[in-house]
Design a binder for this molecule. Structure first.
Ligand SMILES: Nc1ncnc2c1ncn2[C@@H]1O[C@H](COP(=O)(O)OP(=O)(O)OP(=O)(O)O)[C@@H](O)[C@H]1O
Ligand SMILES: [Mg+2]
Length: 658
């Protein structure tokens, strides 16, 4: 991303940029040069890489190479072997070609008529050409094998990551540190894997070519090797400087760049489009964007200048080193310690080695940099595996007579107080059990514990005496239908949103759709059941909030489960759909147990039992009549709602209740 973001006045941000230090923070401590949402976590590694000493890099390198080879081997053993072997063989031909060059030069520089010298040079010339062709073919084959390998490495690490992230405890997502580690592993972490493999292959290629040139040159004359190493010193110095300078440029622009992406998204994605206009946030966001863009632009210019100087210094150093080497070669020639043909080959070998060395140093640098991000990935996978449910062979019974909640408490990760405290309930099969209470009283949390999405911090939930903590979570979940308060809006077709599979049972789908009025919604869709319900796709359709809720309810009804958990299933439904839904819940029962959470208390008047939650505790339980007979929260809330109807002159109770 090298584009300079648009800037209305062209100079905005200049002053701000001057105050920035290399981390993008306000160096005068005012802290507002970048708005607070900027994410600086990637700096950890950026700084580590930019300040890394050669010894640190060298120490870490063997482990990284091993890790890269393991990744490559697991993704494609044949391609790993091919790319490494062919690169090594290509090095052998580089050495052969160089040695054969001496023969060519010797023949051409010998005394005698030109045609004769050319004829004498022919065999060596053929050898040089043959070695060149072989090297080119081997390099191409090695490149092809590498090109096949890296996408597979990438796919493998992504699959491994998503296999874990889709199975870890739901509570892991509530732990902000864990979630941050996940985003790091998913972003730069997983893309680093293929980069590390590529760099390792480049390292092998560079090292092989360098070794080939070194061997060839030593064979020609032992004194030439130290000369080669003399050219290597400034070359290495220059390459490290250039790589580090480039890396610093990336480091210094990452925060404003990242921030401008966030701001750009806020101004261009549908999620924020409505609020942005309603609250006239254009000027605020555009102003921030202009400021960040200015910082980004100025940082880039300053670093580009620094980069040019570094390159100049590097090239000058290389030039001086070359001069020294050529002068030394001249001395050797003048003293007749070196034949002219050997000196010519030495010049070629030095040039070959210089290219190889550049590649090698760049590969080492990149392997180290990317290795830091790869460590994020591997560390996350190690931590995440501890968040996977423990393997459990036991299964819950398909049907149960009773679910018991025994002294259950639950605290969300990082929360300073429990969301549920010492809750004990019994849910007999075939009953409708309602949970009521004010916002934040713990109803959804209890529902999620009953759905086995969270594990209690203390206490037990048992199905016919079988503790859910001891059974395979998948087996429990497959017996539960959850209509969640924050249900998912899957970017799939209407059919797939309910059956959650490639195909499905049409009769069951019909019944499930009828129960929540989803059939009416689907009848109006341009492609019926096959309509894609996500506006990011072509020919898709966007449902309203209530229509989505109907789909979510039908999804719950489609699953033939003995336990149905309905968390605010009618909060967005119109009166007719709500009526249909509660009728359907009654009809759908057939011995199933229903846990119903709703703020519309008229809907649960005839529930078998109502539990009232307050501050994470069950403070009252009973039937509607029983709870109304006593003073308490339920009675207060119910009368408040009833009064709203009476005040509106509607003394009739709502018709749709259980
Ligand atoms: N993912 C979470 N991480 C941390 N705390 C949470 C999380 N979800 C809920 N809480 C907290 O737990 C408490 C209970 O929340 P819960 O969602 O169970 O309430 P609720 O009774 O369902 O409320 P509502 O009627 O608004 O749906 C609240 O204090 C809430 O802030
Ligand atoms: Mg809730």
């Amino acid at each position: 991303m090298d584009e300079t973001p648009p800037s209305a006045d062209g100079v905005a941000g200049q002053d701000d940029a001057e105050k920035q230090d290399s981390t993008g923070q306000d160096s005068e401590g005012q802290g507002d040069a970048l708005p607070a949402m900027v994410n600086l976590r990637w700096y950890n590694h950026a700084e580590a890489a930019a300040t890394a000493k050669f010894t640190v890099v060298a120490r870490r390198l063997p482990a990284l190479i091993l890790q890269a080879l393991r990744l490559a081997w697991r993704a494609g053993p044949a391609d790993t072997v091919t790319t490494l072997t062919f690169n090594l063989l290509s090095g052998v031909f580089t050495a052969l070609g160089l040695l054969a060059t001496t023969g060519v030069l010797e023949a051409l520089l010998a005394a005698g008529p030109t045609p004769g010298r050319v004829r004498a040079a022919l065999p060596s010339l053929l050898l040089v050409a043959g070695a060149g062709v072989a090297r080119a073919l081997l390099s191409a084959a090695a490149g092809w094998a590498e090109a096949r390998l890296t996408p597979r490495v990438q796919q493998r690490v992504e699959m491994e990551l998503y296999e874990v992230t889709s199975r870890i405890d739901l509570a892991s997502y509530d732990d902000s540190e864990f979630y941050e580690a996940l985003t790091r592993a998913e972003g730069p972490g997983s893309t680093a894997a293929s980069e590390v493999v590529s760099s390792t292959v480049d390292m092998v290629t560079g090292a092989t070519s360098f070794a080939a040139a070194a061997i060839a040159i030593t064979t020609l004359h032992p004194v030439l090797l130290p000369l080669l190493l003399v050219t290597a010193v400034p070359e290495a110095w220059a390459a490290v400087r250039v790589a580090r300078s480039r890396y610093l440029m990336m480091l210094e622009t990452i925060a404003p760049r990242y921030h401008s992406v966030i701001l750009g998204n806020l101004m261009s994605t549908p999620t924020y489009a409505g609020d942005l206009r309603s609250y006239t946030m254009q000027d605020l966001l555009l102003g921030q964007y202009r400021r960040v863009a200015g910082i980004y632009r100025d940082a880039q210019l300053a670093l580009a200048r620094r980069n040019v100087v570094t390159r100049l210094a590097g090239n000058a150093g290389t030039g001086v080193a070359n001069g020294v080497v050529y002068a030394a070669l001249g001395v050797l020639l003048a003293a007749a310690w070196l034949p002219l043909a050997v000196a010519g080959t030495a010049v070629l070998a030095i040039r070959t080695s210089r290219g190889a060395l550049s590649e090698l140093i760049h590969a080492v640098n990149s392997c180290y940099e990317e290795g830091l991000y790869l460590t994020d990935y591997t560390t996350f996978l190690r931590i995440a595996r501890d968040h996977l449910p423990a393997p459990a062979a036991a299964e819950v019974p398909c049907r149960f007579a009773e679910i018991t909640v025994e002294n259950v408490s639950f605290t969300y990760p990082g929360a300073d107080r429990p969301a549920l405290q010492d809750v004990s309930l019994t849910l007999p099969a075939g009953q409708i059990v309602a949970l009521v209470g004010e916002n934040g009283s713990g109803k959804s949390t209890l529902a999620k514990l009953l759905a086995h999405l969270y594990t209690p911090s203390a206490g037990h939930i048992r199905w016919d005496g079988v503790d859910l903590a001891t059974v395979d979570p998948q087996s429990v979940r497959s017996h539960i239908a959850v209509i969640a308060q924050d249900h998912a809006r899957w970017p799939m077709t209407a059919r797939a949103n309910i059956v959650l599979a490639e195909d499905g049972d049409p009769d069951r789908l019909g019944r499930a759709a009828e129960s929540a009025g989803t059939d009416e919604v689907v009848a109006d869709l341009p492609r019926g059941w096959e309509t894609m319900l996500d506006r990011r796709f072509k020919n898709s359709h966007q449902l309203s909030g209530g229509q989505w809720q109907r789909v979510a309810v039908s999804r719950g009804f489609y699953r033939d489960a003995p336990l149905i958990i309905c968390d605010e299933p009618s909060s967005n439904l119109d009166a007719r759909a709500e009526h249909t839904l509660f009728e359907a819940i009654r009809r759908h029962m057939h011995g199933r147990t229903v846990i119903l959470i709703t703020h519309r208390l008229a809907n649960i008047r005839h529930a078998d039992v109502i539990h009232v939650l307050e501050n994470g505790r069950v403070t009252a339980s009973g039937t509607h009549d029983g709870l109304m007979a006593a003073e308490g929260t339920y009675r207060d809330l119910y009368l408040l709602q009833a009064a709203a109807y009476e005040n509106a002159g509607d003394t009739e109770e709502p018709a749709h209740r259980l």
